[in-house]
Design a protein around this ligand. Structure first.
Ligand code: CP3
Length: 344
């Protein structure tokens, strides 16, 4: 089986020689080629150039035996295209110039022409698709409405995201309007990426785990369904990653997704017992990649054994339980990918 066949077979739940492997944030600052590109170009310039975006998306595939590429972009392209003014300061994470606090702020969001302003992303997908020439699977993505809402309201990264969480309960009407709009924008963007050649799309709900199951059900599931209903109507496959989402596991199945990308704290076997038919992806702790390669190999082997025992490797994708961290040793990433490759 070649990489793309294996990836497509996993999506369809067909038998595979071994699970495919790709890693969240597989392109990025831990790679020398990415750092060299960033020394010369701004982050948004890389996203807006199909050539540069393709170059950095291909770097991990050249270094490691991975089965899928993920288009190079960021979840914050949507708030940026809505006019919120997103910048990445060195070391401090994203900064939002015009955060959402009032109805008047929401009225400023530039919904008209949004798809055109985001057309660089499907263009990057098409360029990457042509460069891959069918060798690997191709994944598109968008931020989940709640996580985009978190950055839009807080205005920066945060441990607790108090402002968006408070707004759910003090101005639920505004929160709902904003999340609905973000959901529709995410659906537009995912549809465009599928039309440009992606094999599957992933929603990143990095801050989903901050909510209780009840809050997630009330405020987030309806907005996610707005996305998954549209993608399913187009025949696309949607994966959902919710960081810190162990307690949300029963609720995640109500979102209409085809697959769940598991956090490192969610036991794989527990998720499989709950969801025999869903695609399950994950869930090696990205911090483990700072351990010696032997430790990485053993943990990867243990995950493969669990995937074999619970699922005969079907509907399984090996991944991390969160994105690769800056400073991750390249040899650990190689140890992980090569261990999966040898399982076939
Ligand atoms: O290879 C890939 O996975 C594709 C690219 C990708 C990026 N961001 C590039 C990026 C993907 C899939 C993302 C998703 C993303 N972005 C998430 C969800 C996944 C997660 O990690 O939880 C989130 C929360 C963001 C928001 C974001 N973008 C933050 C918090 C930051 C700054 C700190 C950080 O984590 O890097 C970014 C900037 C960003 N996005 C960089 C990259 C490579 C670093 C920018 C730089 O070069 O300085």
């Amino acid at each position: 089986m070649d990489s793309r066949q294996r990836f497509l077979a996993a999506l369809k739940g067909e038998p595979v020689d071994r699970p495919p492997v790709w890693l969240m944030r597989q392109a990025g600052r831990y790679l020398p080629g990415y750092r060299a590109v960033r020394a010369e170009h701004g982050f948004w310039d890389v996203c807006h150039s199909p050539e540069l975006s393709t170059k950095v998306a291909l770097e991990p595939l050249a270094l490691f035996p991975l089965d899928a590429a993920i288009v190079f972009s960021d979840i914050l392209v949507i708030p940026q295209a809505l006019g919120l003014g997103v910048t990445f300061g060195t070391g401090e994470g994203p900064q939002v110039a015009h955060p959402l606090r009032t109805d008047a702020d929401f009225a400023q969001w530039q919904r008209a022409g949004l798809v055109d302003r985001l057309s660089f992303l499907p263009r990057a997908v098409a360029h990457l698709k042509a460069a891959l020439a069918g060798s690997h699977g191709l994944i598109g993505f968008a931020g989940a409405p709640w996580t985009l809402f978190c950055y839009a309201v807080e205005g920066s990264s945060s441990d607790e995201f108090m402002k968006p969480r408070v707004m759910l309960h003090t101005n639920g009407a505004l929160a709902r309007k904003a999340m609905d709009l973000l959901a529709d924008a995410a659906a537009d963007l995912l549809e465009a990426q599928l039309a440009a050649g992606c094999d599957a799309v992933q929603l990143f709900d990095t801050w989903g785990g901050l909510l209780s199951p009840e809050e997630y059900k009330t405020f987030v599931v309806p907005s996610l369904r707005r996305v998954t209903d549209r993608i399913r109507a187009k025949g696309g496959t949607t994966l959902l990653y919710a960081r810190g989402g162990h307690h949300l596991l029963p609720v995640l199945g109500e979102t209409g997704v085809d697959g769940i990308s598991l956090d490192w704290r969610t036991p794989f076997a527990e998720a499989r017992a709950m969801y025999p038919k869903l695609l399950l992806q994950g869930n090696i702790d990205p911090v483990l990649l700072f351990a010696p390669p032997d430790v990485v190999r053993a943990r990867t082997r243990a995950l493969l054994d669990t995937m074999q025992a619970t699922s005969k490797y079907q509907r399984c994708i090996v991944n991390l339980g969160h994105g690769i961290l800056p400073g991750t040793p390249v040899e650990s990433v190689a140890a992980l990918a090569e261990t999966v490759q040898k399982a076939g």
